[in-house]
Design a protein around this ligand. Structure first.
Ligand code: SF4
Ligand code: FES
Length: 364
């Protein structure tokens, strides 16, 4: 069995009804609007099961994890179970008191998302006035002695400022910066034309990133994730479906990747089964595990243990069938779908207006 090394947990706002004392496998108190959340006791049970399963890392992510009142307590549970913990946050709500509590609870690492290097653009893309508070929170993270990762999603509307983004990370003394090009699911899918960079923009950004990586070597790790629409081969998404990671959603659903809820697959929940059973036997986790499910050209390809046929969510988003070869692959019979988007991104004029982001308090 492959041992999972990483449990992501998505969070929802604490205002939702989540305070009943039931454990994770009890039902009956679920409100009809779908806003049920695991209780603190429920999460504790999930974390204990995860530790027994061999999970080593706990990523508290969202939505926005700081909106849960018990995030400090759950961090402490993770620490007591020997897990390395990472808070993936918008940093809104990371005030000094909360930060000091998290430090005392044993939180190991903080990752802050920033949408740009300057206020106007960052706030416009985030859909809320948040830039100044994020920067303040980044300084607090460093002051309290945590390693800081800055996560900046790059796209057509901010990639020309990648040099300034790197300078901001340097000024904040970040230990790591992730320049993650947009993945086109959810909100980004609806804005793909306005977000996919042109070939010329990528060519301009590349030497800037390379120079910063060389200059900052040993001080700051620069991780640059290129847009896979411009690649010949797809990314090995999640290190393979249900191979290394799992996500537990606020309502107890367990997912092989955070976006997998969009796929037409049977649901798995810690309120119905143990984490061990879900990981090992559930139809959801078994659906695309390994290589046996693959169609051609993946089935007969010598890269199938390298990229695992790419991303199931991207295959579904583009073709309506999650079992197809990721259309990013140049060997895929569906590659024309990606080529059409790339052609559109390289036209002379591209509409830049964004469909507004569905906004939740504290997120982004
Ligand atoms: Fe990867 Fe499949 Fe493409 Fe081969 S055919 S490179 S396994 S996506
Ligand atoms: Fe779900 Fe790639 S994002 S498998």
């Amino acid at each position: 069995m492959v041992v999972p090394a990483n449990a992501g947990m998505n969070r929802q706002p604490v205002g939702l009804p989540c305070q009943s004392p039931s454990g994770p496998r009890e039902r009956g108190d679920e409100p009809p609007d779908g806003t049920f959340e695991l209780t603190t006791a429920g999460w504790r049970d999930v974390l204990e099961q995860a530790a027994a399963l061999g999970v080593l890392q706990l990523h508290l992510s969202g939505g926005e994890p700081l909106l849960r009142r018990d995030v400090v307590e759950l961090t402490r549970v993770g620490r007591d179970l020997g897990m390395y913990s990472n808070l993936v946050t918008s940093a809104l709500g990371l005030d000094r008191r909360r930060a000091e509590e998290l430090r005392a609870a044993g939180l190991d690492h903080v990752q802050v998302s920033v949408q740009a290097d300057e206020q106007e653009m960052s706030d416009r893309i985030a859909g809320t006035r948040s830039f100044d508070r994020k920067i303040e929170a980044c300084r607090l993270v460093k002051e309290l002695g945590w390693p800081l990762t800055l996560n900046v999603v790059l796209h057509r509307q901010n990639i020309h400022r990648v040099g300034e983004v790197l300078a901001l990370a340097e000024e904040l003394d970040a230990d790591r910066i992730e320049l993650a090009n947009t993945q086109y699911y959810g909100w980004a899918w609806h804005n793909r034309d306005a977000l996919l960079p042109s070939r010329a923009q990528l060519a301009e950004a590349e030497p800037v990133v390379d120079a910063a990586r060389a200059r900052l070597a040993g001080r700051m790790e620069v991780v640059d994730v290129l847009p896979d629409y411009y690649s010949e081969y797809p990314k090995p998404c999640m290190g393979g479906w249900a191979a290394r990671q799992l996500t537990v959603a606020p309502n107890g659903d367990v997912l092989p990747c955070p976006a997998a809820h969009a796929l037409p697959l049977p649901r798995a929940s810690v309120r119905d089964d143990t984490l061990d059973h879900i990981w090992t036997h559930s139809p959801l986790f078994e659906a695309y595990r390994g290589t046996g499910w693959m169609p051609d050209p993946c089935r007969s390809c010598d890269r199938k243990d390298v990229d695992f046929g790419g991303c199931r969510c991207q295959a579904f988003q583009l073709t309506g069938d999650a079992a197809r070869t990721d259309p990013v692959c140049h060997l895929s019979p569906d590659r024309h779908l990606v080529d059409d988007a790339v052609r559109a991104a390289n036209r002379e004029s591209v509409p830049l207006e964004l469909v507004p982001r569905p906004h939740r308090a504290g997120a982004s």
